[in-house]
Design a protein around this ligand. Structure first.
Ligand SMILES: Nc1nc2c(ncn2[C@@H]2O[C@H](COP(=O)(O)OP(=O)(O)OP(=O)(O)O)[C@@H](O)[C@H]2O)c(=O)[nH]1
Ligand SMILES: [Mg+2]
Length: 132
């Protein structure tokens, strides 16, 4: 079975949306294979967003993702990476269709409430980082 890594970001946890987000994945047809509430440290956050190191907002991004607990999940299902990203919606909630998680629950690109791995290799890398 295909799997991917999904994380409710600090804004989603703080807003009490863990349950709703888990439900959206279950309703889509995913199985939650593992899940835990955790706090990312600076190093983990920098590794997580390594591909964005050159961006002007990198510092803000790392500060945000370490600002409070996140809810990390391994989700399983057919074409897990692609189906999860379709359910999550476009990076910028302004462009995310209604019916997607970001389209329904977020308004700002900096706090878009959920992360999903962008390819199979990164999914395995991120699962390896957070579930050992
Ligand atoms: N503060 C800030 N954050 C941004 C900006 N643009 C993108 N981000 C954040 O950086 C995160 C990671 O960017 P990407 O990996 O390119 O986008 P993504 O794959 O749709 O999002 P993730 O699933 O969170 O990885 C996004 O989800 C946004 O929360 C920005 O201009 N300012
Ligand atoms: Mg990404």
């Amino acid at each position: 079975m295909d799997r991917t890594f999904v994380m409710v970001k600090p804004d989603g946890v703080a807003r009490g949306l863990i349950g709703k987000i888990v439900t959206r994945f279950e309703e889509k047809g995913f199985t939650i294979a593992a899940a835990k509430l955790m706090q990312l440290n600076q190093l983990e956050a920098e590794r997580h967003y390594d591909h964005l190191r050159a961006k002007a907002f990198f510092g803000e991004l790392v500060a945000f993702i370490t600002s409070g607990p996140v809810f990390a999940m391994i989700v399983e299902g057919k074409d897990a990476v692609k189906n999860a990203r379709a359910l999550i919606g476009a990076t910028n909630p302004l462009e995310a269709a209604l019916g997607t998680i970001r389209g329904d629950y977020a308004m700002d690109v900096a706090s878009n409430i959920v992360h999903g791995s962008d390819n199979d290799e990164n999914a395995e890398r991120e699962i390896g980082m957070y579930f050992r």
